[in-house]
Design a protein around this ligand. Structure first.
Ligand code: PLP
Length: 409
Protein backbone atom coordinates (compact mmCIF):
# COMPACT_ATOMS: atom_id res chain seq x y z
CA UNK A 1 0.00 0.00 0.00
CA UNK A 2 1.29 3.47 -0.88
CA UNK A 3 1.49 6.25 1.71
CA UNK A 4 -0.67 9.33 1.47
CA UNK A 5 1.27 12.37 0.30
CA UNK A 6 -0.36 14.75 2.79
CA UNK A 7 1.54 17.80 1.55
CA UNK A 8 0.10 17.25 -1.91
CA UNK A 9 -3.35 16.56 -0.51
CA UNK A 10 -3.34 19.77 1.57
CA UNK A 11 -2.36 21.82 -1.46
CA UNK A 12 -5.55 20.64 -3.17
CA UNK A 13 -7.83 22.07 -0.48
CA UNK A 14 -7.88 25.87 -0.96
CA UNK A 15 -9.75 26.56 2.31
CA UNK A 16 -6.85 25.14 4.30
CA UNK A 17 -4.78 28.13 3.18
CA UNK A 18 -7.10 30.51 5.07
CA UNK A 19 -5.83 32.61 7.95
CA UNK A 20 -8.12 32.77 10.99
CA UNK A 21 -7.52 35.31 13.74
CA UNK A 22 -4.04 35.93 12.44
CA UNK A 23 -3.00 32.27 12.42
CA UNK A 24 -3.02 29.68 9.63
CA UNK A 25 -6.29 27.75 9.87
CA UNK A 26 -6.24 24.34 11.54
CA UNK A 27 -9.50 22.68 10.55
CA UNK A 28 -10.54 19.97 13.01
CA UNK A 29 -14.27 19.92 12.31
CA UNK A 30 -14.52 17.50 9.41
CA UNK A 31 -17.04 15.30 11.19
CA UNK A 32 -19.46 18.21 10.81
CA UNK A 33 -18.47 18.85 7.22
CA UNK A 34 -15.27 18.28 5.29
CA UNK A 35 -13.37 20.79 3.22
CA UNK A 36 -13.52 20.39 -0.56
CA UNK A 37 -10.61 19.62 -2.88
CA UNK A 38 -9.96 21.55 -6.08
CA UNK A 39 -11.05 18.67 -8.39
CA UNK A 40 -14.52 18.74 -6.76
CA UNK A 41 -14.68 22.55 -7.04
CA UNK A 42 -13.58 22.27 -10.68
CA UNK A 43 -16.23 19.63 -11.44
CA UNK A 44 -18.93 21.87 -9.94
CA UNK A 45 -17.66 24.84 -11.88
CA UNK A 46 -17.49 22.89 -15.14
CA UNK A 47 -21.03 21.62 -14.65
CA UNK A 48 -22.48 25.10 -14.03
CA UNK A 49 -20.43 26.81 -16.73
CA UNK A 50 -20.67 24.23 -19.53
CA UNK A 51 -23.36 21.60 -18.93
CA UNK A 52 -26.18 23.11 -16.89
CA UNK A 53 -29.58 21.78 -18.01
CA UNK A 54 -32.34 19.66 -16.53
CA UNK A 55 -31.82 15.90 -16.62
CA UNK A 56 -33.65 12.98 -18.24
CA UNK A 57 -36.42 14.79 -20.12
CA UNK A 58 -34.41 16.83 -22.58
CA UNK A 59 -33.43 15.78 -26.07
CA UNK A 60 -30.90 18.57 -26.53
CA UNK A 61 -27.15 18.32 -26.12
CA UNK A 62 -26.85 20.08 -22.75
CA UNK A 63 -29.57 17.95 -21.20
CA UNK A 64 -27.80 14.88 -22.53
CA UNK A 65 -24.54 16.04 -20.94
CA UNK A 66 -26.21 16.89 -17.62
CA UNK A 67 -27.95 13.50 -17.56
CA UNK A 68 -24.71 11.72 -18.37
CA UNK A 69 -22.91 13.56 -15.56
CA UNK A 70 -25.73 12.91 -13.08
CA UNK A 71 -26.08 9.22 -13.89
CA UNK A 72 -22.30 8.86 -14.12
CA UNK A 73 -22.06 10.08 -10.53
CA UNK A 74 -24.57 7.46 -9.46
CA UNK A 75 -22.51 4.76 -11.13
CA UNK A 76 -19.33 6.06 -9.49
CA UNK A 77 -20.94 6.06 -6.05
CA UNK A 78 -22.46 2.60 -6.57
CA UNK A 79 -19.03 1.17 -7.40
CA UNK A 80 -17.51 2.91 -4.42
CA UNK A 81 -19.87 1.32 -1.88
CA UNK A 82 -19.78 -2.10 -3.54
CA UNK A 83 -23.31 -1.97 -4.96
CA UNK A 84 -23.75 -4.30 -7.89
CA UNK A 85 -26.50 -2.21 -9.49
CA UNK A 86 -26.43 1.59 -9.83
CA UNK A 87 -30.26 1.60 -9.72
CA UNK A 88 -29.95 0.68 -6.05
CA UNK A 89 -28.47 4.12 -5.32
CA UNK A 90 -31.07 6.82 -4.71
CA UNK A 91 -29.82 10.38 -4.48
CA UNK A 92 -31.11 12.19 -1.40
CA UNK A 93 -30.32 15.42 0.42
CA UNK A 94 -27.97 13.49 2.70
CA UNK A 95 -28.09 10.91 5.45
CA UNK A 96 -31.05 12.63 7.10
CA UNK A 97 -32.94 12.59 3.83
CA UNK A 98 -32.10 8.93 3.26
CA UNK A 99 -33.26 7.80 6.70
CA UNK A 100 -36.47 9.79 6.46
CA UNK A 101 -37.09 8.23 3.06
CA UNK A 102 -36.87 4.75 4.60
CA UNK A 103 -39.00 5.72 7.59
CA UNK A 104 -41.76 6.90 5.26
CA UNK A 105 -41.53 4.74 2.17
CA UNK A 106 -40.73 1.49 3.93
CA UNK A 107 -41.81 2.19 7.50
CA UNK A 108 -45.39 3.30 6.97
CA UNK A 109 -46.18 0.14 4.98
CA UNK A 110 -44.22 -2.35 7.03
CA UNK A 111 -44.30 -1.27 10.65
CA UNK A 112 -47.45 -1.92 12.69
CA UNK A 113 -48.64 -1.36 16.22
CA UNK A 114 -46.60 -3.41 18.65
CA UNK A 115 -43.69 -3.83 16.22
CA UNK A 116 -40.25 -2.87 17.42
CA UNK A 117 -37.42 -0.82 15.97
CA UNK A 118 -34.08 -1.35 17.60
CA UNK A 119 -31.68 1.60 17.78
CA UNK A 120 -28.57 2.31 19.81
CA UNK A 121 -27.87 4.98 22.39
CA UNK A 122 -24.97 6.11 20.17
CA UNK A 123 -27.19 7.33 17.34
CA UNK A 124 -27.17 10.77 15.81
CA UNK A 125 -30.59 12.43 16.12
CA UNK A 126 -31.05 11.76 12.38
CA UNK A 127 -31.24 8.08 13.20
CA UNK A 128 -33.58 8.49 16.16
CA UNK A 129 -36.16 11.18 15.43
CA UNK A 130 -37.47 9.73 12.12
CA UNK A 131 -38.15 6.46 13.98
CA UNK A 132 -39.86 8.30 16.82
CA UNK A 133 -42.14 9.98 14.29
CA UNK A 134 -42.84 6.62 12.65
CA UNK A 135 -43.47 4.98 16.03
CA UNK A 136 -45.91 7.73 16.93
CA UNK A 137 -47.85 7.21 13.71
CA UNK A 138 -47.86 3.42 13.80
CA UNK A 139 -47.86 2.53 17.49
CA UNK A 140 -44.50 0.80 17.16
CA UNK A 141 -42.04 0.72 20.05
CA UNK A 142 -38.44 1.89 20.05
CA UNK A 143 -35.83 -0.12 21.93
CA UNK A 144 -32.17 0.69 22.44
CA UNK A 145 -28.85 -1.12 22.60
CA UNK A 146 -27.04 0.48 25.55
CA UNK A 147 -23.38 1.53 25.68
CA UNK A 148 -20.65 0.94 28.24
CA UNK A 149 -18.44 3.53 29.91
CA UNK A 150 -16.14 3.56 26.87
CA UNK A 151 -19.07 4.31 24.58
CA UNK A 152 -19.13 0.82 23.03
CA UNK A 153 -22.31 -1.09 22.26
CA UNK A 154 -23.22 -3.69 24.87
CA UNK A 155 -24.15 -6.69 22.79
CA UNK A 156 -24.61 -9.23 25.59
CA UNK A 157 -28.35 -8.65 25.68
CA UNK A 158 -28.82 -8.37 21.93
CA UNK A 159 -30.59 -11.71 21.59
CA UNK A 160 -33.20 -10.52 24.10
CA UNK A 161 -33.58 -7.17 22.41
CA UNK A 162 -34.16 -8.86 19.06
CA UNK A 163 -37.65 -10.34 19.17
CA UNK A 164 -40.10 -11.63 16.59
CA UNK A 165 -41.56 -8.09 16.65
CA UNK A 166 -38.28 -6.43 15.61
CA UNK A 167 -38.80 -5.08 12.09
CA UNK A 168 -35.66 -3.01 11.80
CA UNK A 169 -32.31 -2.48 13.47
CA UNK A 170 -30.92 0.97 12.68
CA UNK A 171 -27.39 1.80 13.75
CA UNK A 172 -24.49 4.03 12.87
CA UNK A 173 -21.27 2.66 11.46
CA UNK A 174 -19.19 5.22 13.35
CA UNK A 175 -20.38 7.47 16.18
CA UNK A 176 -19.96 11.14 15.32
CA UNK A 177 -20.00 12.00 19.03
CA UNK A 178 -17.35 9.56 20.30
CA UNK A 179 -15.70 8.04 17.25
CA UNK A 180 -16.74 4.52 18.27
CA UNK A 181 -16.61 2.10 15.35
CA UNK A 182 -19.58 -0.18 15.78
CA UNK A 183 -19.39 -3.92 15.06
CA UNK A 184 -21.97 -3.48 12.31
CA UNK A 185 -21.29 -6.81 10.62
CA UNK A 186 -21.98 -8.73 13.82
CA UNK A 187 -25.12 -6.76 14.71
CA UNK A 188 -26.40 -7.02 11.14
CA UNK A 189 -25.86 -10.77 11.01
CA UNK A 190 -27.69 -11.29 14.29
CA UNK A 191 -30.49 -8.91 13.31
CA UNK A 192 -31.03 -10.57 9.98
CA UNK A 193 -30.97 -14.01 11.60
CA UNK A 194 -33.80 -12.74 13.80
CA UNK A 195 -35.75 -11.66 10.71
CA UNK A 196 -35.18 -7.90 11.00
CA UNK A 197 -33.93 -5.56 8.32
CA UNK A 198 -30.78 -3.52 8.96
CA UNK A 199 -30.27 0.16 8.25
CA UNK A 200 -26.73 1.45 8.55
CA UNK A 201 -26.15 5.17 9.06
CA UNK A 202 -22.92 5.55 7.13
CA UNK A 203 -22.59 9.33 7.54
CA UNK A 204 -19.29 8.90 9.36
CA UNK A 205 -18.51 5.37 8.18
CA UNK A 206 -18.26 6.17 4.48
CA UNK A 207 -15.76 8.89 5.40
CA UNK A 208 -13.33 6.79 7.40
CA UNK A 209 -13.45 3.32 5.88
CA UNK A 210 -13.77 1.42 2.66
CA UNK A 211 -17.44 0.51 2.42
CA UNK A 212 -18.95 -2.63 0.97
CA UNK A 213 -22.66 -2.61 1.69
CA UNK A 214 -22.99 -6.36 1.05
CA UNK A 215 -20.06 -7.25 3.27
CA UNK A 216 -21.58 -5.12 6.05
CA UNK A 217 -24.83 -7.05 5.78
CA UNK A 218 -26.91 -3.89 5.36
CA UNK A 219 -30.35 -3.73 3.80
CA UNK A 220 -30.27 0.08 3.76
CA UNK A 221 -27.16 2.27 3.79
CA UNK A 222 -27.29 6.07 4.15
CA UNK A 223 -24.49 8.56 3.50
CA UNK A 224 -23.84 12.31 3.16
CA UNK A 225 -21.70 13.79 0.38
CA UNK A 226 -20.53 16.84 2.30
CA UNK A 227 -18.67 14.79 4.91
CA UNK A 228 -16.58 13.05 2.24
CA UNK A 229 -15.27 15.98 0.19
CA UNK A 230 -18.50 16.51 -1.76
CA UNK A 231 -20.97 19.40 -1.68
CA UNK A 232 -23.75 19.93 0.86
CA UNK A 233 -27.34 18.97 0.07
CA UNK A 234 -26.47 15.67 -1.61
CA UNK A 235 -26.21 12.15 -0.27
CA UNK A 236 -27.57 8.75 -1.01
CA UNK A 237 -29.63 5.85 0.12
CA UNK A 238 -28.51 2.44 -1.03
CA UNK A 239 -30.90 -0.46 -0.62
CA UNK A 240 -31.28 -3.91 -2.12
CA UNK A 241 -33.12 -3.71 -5.44
CA UNK A 242 -36.04 -5.95 -4.45
CA UNK A 243 -36.56 -3.89 -1.31
CA UNK A 244 -36.65 -0.62 -3.26
CA UNK A 245 -38.95 -2.22 -5.84
CA UNK A 246 -41.34 -3.29 -3.10
CA UNK A 247 -41.53 0.18 -1.53
CA UNK A 248 -44.06 2.87 -2.41
CA UNK A 249 -42.79 6.30 -3.37
CA UNK A 250 -42.43 8.81 -0.59
CA UNK A 251 -42.76 12.10 -2.45
CA UNK A 252 -44.73 12.59 -5.64
CA UNK A 253 -43.98 14.89 -8.55
CA UNK A 254 -42.15 15.03 -11.83
CA UNK A 255 -39.36 12.57 -12.67
CA UNK A 256 -40.81 9.80 -10.47
CA UNK A 257 -43.79 8.78 -12.61
CA UNK A 258 -44.35 6.50 -15.57
CA UNK A 259 -47.87 7.66 -16.48
CA UNK A 260 -50.28 10.05 -14.80
CA UNK A 261 -54.08 9.61 -14.96
CA UNK A 262 -56.72 11.73 -13.25
CA UNK A 263 -57.01 9.54 -10.17
CA UNK A 264 -53.87 7.47 -10.13
CA UNK A 265 -50.37 7.28 -11.56
CA UNK A 266 -47.80 4.60 -12.16
CA UNK A 267 -44.21 4.91 -11.09
CA UNK A 268 -40.91 5.14 -12.86
CA UNK A 269 -38.50 2.32 -12.09
CA UNK A 270 -36.03 2.70 -9.23
CA UNK A 271 -34.11 4.79 -8.43
CA UNK A 272 -36.22 7.49 -10.15
CA UNK A 273 -39.34 6.44 -8.24
CA UNK A 274 -37.71 8.01 -5.20
CA UNK A 275 -36.33 11.13 -6.87
CA UNK A 276 -39.34 13.38 -7.33
CA UNK A 277 -38.74 16.80 -8.86
CA UNK A 278 -35.62 18.30 -10.34
CA UNK A 279 -32.76 16.70 -8.43
CA UNK A 280 -29.62 18.29 -7.07
CA UNK A 281 -27.73 17.69 -10.31
CA UNK A 282 -24.68 19.78 -9.46
CA UNK A 283 -24.54 18.16 -6.02
CA UNK A 284 -24.47 14.69 -7.56
CA UNK A 285 -21.77 15.75 -10.02
CA UNK A 286 -19.71 17.09 -7.11
CA UNK A 287 -20.23 13.92 -5.10
CA UNK A 288 -19.17 11.82 -8.08
CA UNK A 289 -16.01 13.92 -8.35
CA UNK A 290 -15.38 13.48 -4.62
CA UNK A 291 -15.67 9.72 -4.90
CA UNK A 292 -13.31 9.76 -7.87
CA UNK A 293 -10.86 11.89 -5.88
CA UNK A 294 -10.94 9.62 -2.82
CA UNK A 295 -10.69 6.49 -4.96
CA UNK A 296 -7.61 7.83 -6.73
CA UNK A 297 -5.89 8.52 -3.40
CA UNK A 298 -6.93 5.10 -2.09
CA UNK A 299 -9.09 4.61 0.98
CA UNK A 300 -6.54 2.30 2.60
CA UNK A 301 -3.88 5.01 2.46
CA UNK A 302 -6.34 7.59 3.80
CA UNK A 303 -7.40 5.37 6.69
CA UNK A 304 -3.79 4.57 7.56
CA UNK A 305 -2.91 8.27 7.62
CA UNK A 306 -5.92 9.18 9.77
CA UNK A 307 -4.97 6.44 12.19
CA UNK A 308 -1.51 7.90 12.63
CA UNK A 309 -2.92 11.38 13.31
CA UNK A 310 -5.56 9.94 15.66
CA UNK A 311 -2.93 8.01 17.65
CA UNK A 312 -0.80 11.12 17.90
CA UNK A 313 -3.81 13.20 19.00
CA UNK A 314 -4.83 10.73 21.70
CA UNK A 315 -1.26 10.77 23.05
CA UNK A 316 -1.15 14.57 22.88
CA UNK A 317 -4.47 15.05 24.66
CA UNK A 318 -3.56 12.52 27.33
CA UNK A 319 -0.61 14.74 28.21
CA UNK A 320 -2.75 17.85 28.81
CA UNK A 321 -3.70 18.15 32.47
CA UNK A 322 -7.44 17.99 33.06
CA UNK A 323 -8.43 16.58 29.69
CA UNK A 324 -10.84 13.65 29.74
CA UNK A 325 -11.25 11.84 26.44
CA UNK A 326 -14.48 9.91 25.82
CA UNK A 327 -14.88 6.83 23.67
CA UNK A 328 -13.09 3.49 23.30
CA UNK A 329 -9.57 3.16 24.68
CA UNK A 330 -8.48 0.84 21.89
CA UNK A 331 -7.46 2.48 18.64
CA UNK A 332 -8.97 -0.50 16.81
CA UNK A 333 -12.43 0.45 18.05
CA UNK A 334 -12.35 4.11 17.19
CA UNK A 335 -12.25 6.43 14.25
CA UNK A 336 -10.76 9.88 13.69
CA UNK A 337 -13.06 11.74 16.10
CA UNK A 338 -11.95 12.74 19.59
CA UNK A 339 -14.50 14.04 22.10
CA UNK A 340 -13.19 15.51 25.32
CA UNK A 341 -13.90 17.74 28.28
CA UNK A 342 -11.41 19.73 30.28
CA UNK A 343 -11.97 20.37 33.96
CA UNK A 344 -14.30 23.30 34.60
CA UNK A 345 -13.87 24.80 31.15
CA UNK A 346 -17.13 24.67 29.22
CA UNK A 347 -16.68 23.08 25.77
CA UNK A 348 -17.95 26.32 24.18
CA UNK A 349 -15.22 28.25 25.99
CA UNK A 350 -12.63 25.72 24.85
CA UNK A 351 -13.83 26.12 21.29
CA UNK A 352 -13.82 29.92 21.52
CA UNK A 353 -10.28 30.05 22.87
CA UNK A 354 -9.07 27.62 20.20
CA UNK A 355 -10.82 29.67 17.52
CA UNK A 356 -8.96 32.76 18.69
CA UNK A 357 -5.83 30.79 17.77
CA UNK A 358 -7.13 29.70 14.39
CA UNK A 359 -8.05 26.16 15.47
CA UNK A 360 -11.58 25.09 14.49
CA UNK A 361 -13.20 22.40 16.62
CA UNK A 362 -16.84 21.76 17.51
CA UNK A 363 -18.49 22.02 20.90
CA UNK A 364 -21.95 20.87 21.91
CA UNK A 365 -24.00 17.71 22.07
CA UNK A 366 -23.16 16.83 18.46
CA UNK A 367 -26.80 15.87 17.76
CA UNK A 368 -26.29 12.93 20.10
CA UNK A 369 -28.04 13.91 23.29
CA UNK A 370 -28.52 10.30 24.39
CA UNK A 371 -24.74 9.89 24.41
CA UNK A 372 -24.29 13.05 26.48
CA UNK A 373 -26.97 11.87 28.89
CA UNK A 374 -25.22 8.54 29.28
CA UNK A 375 -22.08 10.30 30.47
CA UNK A 376 -24.01 12.83 32.58
CA UNK A 377 -22.75 15.82 30.61
CA UNK A 378 -24.41 18.34 28.33
CA UNK A 379 -21.60 18.84 25.84
CA UNK A 380 -18.09 17.90 24.79
CA UNK A 381 -15.40 19.55 22.74
CA UNK A 382 -14.75 17.52 19.60
CA UNK A 383 -11.75 17.47 17.30
CA UNK A 384 -12.24 15.45 14.15
CA UNK A 385 -9.55 14.57 11.65
CA UNK A 386 -9.56 13.83 7.96
CA UNK A 387 -7.13 13.06 5.17
CA UNK A 388 -5.67 16.60 5.14
CA UNK A 389 -4.87 16.85 8.85
CA UNK A 390 -1.35 16.41 10.14
CA UNK A 391 0.56 15.90 13.36
CA UNK A 392 1.36 19.63 13.19
CA UNK A 393 -2.39 20.31 13.40
CA UNK A 394 -2.51 18.23 16.57
CA UNK A 395 0.41 20.23 17.99
CA UNK A 396 -1.58 23.44 17.42
CA UNK A 397 -4.60 21.86 19.16
CA UNK A 398 -2.51 20.86 22.16
CA UNK A 399 -0.86 24.28 22.27
CA UNK A 400 -4.35 25.86 22.32
CA UNK A 401 -5.49 23.56 25.09
CA UNK A 402 -2.49 24.58 27.18
CA UNK A 403 -3.78 28.15 26.81
CA UNK A 404 -7.22 27.00 27.98
CA UNK A 405 -5.56 25.37 30.99
CA UNK A 406 -3.75 28.55 31.98
CA UNK A 407 -7.07 30.46 31.88
CA UNK A 408 -9.19 27.88 33.70
CA UNK A 409 -6.47 26.45 35.88
N1 PLP B 1 -25.54 10.49 11.19
C1 PLP B 1 -24.33 10.79 11.66
C2 PLP B 1 -23.54 9.74 12.37
C3 PLP B 1 -23.80 12.06 11.47
O1 PLP B 1 -22.59 12.36 11.93
C4 PLP B 1 -24.58 13.02 10.77
C5 PLP B 1 -24.08 14.40 10.62
O2 PLP B 1 -23.33 14.89 11.44
C6 PLP B 1 -25.82 12.65 10.29
C7 PLP B 1 -26.28 11.38 10.52
C8 PLP B 1 -26.68 13.61 9.52
O3 PLP B 1 -26.08 13.92 8.32
P1 PLP B 1 -26.67 15.06 7.37
O4 PLP B 1 -26.86 16.26 8.25
O5 PLP B 1 -25.61 15.24 6.35
O6 PLP B 1 -27.95 14.54 6.82
Amino acid sequence: MHRLDVGRVRAEFPTLAETVNGRPLVYLDSAATSQKPQPVLDALDAYWVHDNANVHRGIHELSRRATEAYEGARLELARWIGASDAAEVVFTTGTTGAINLVAHAWGLDNVREGDEILLTVLEHHSNIVPWQLLARRTGARLRYIEIDDQGRLILDGLDHLLTERTRLVALGQVSNALGTVNPVKEVAARARAAGALVLVDGAQGAVHSRVDVHELGADFYALSGHKMCGPTGIGALWARRELLDSMSPWQGGGEMIHTVERDMSSWAPVPHKFEAGTPNIAGAVGLGAAVEYLSALGMDAIVEHERDVLRYALEGLAAVTGVRVYGPESLDERSAVVSFTMGDAHPHDISTILDSQGVAIRAGHHCAQLVMKHFGISATARASFYLYNTRADVDRLVEGLEAVRTIFG
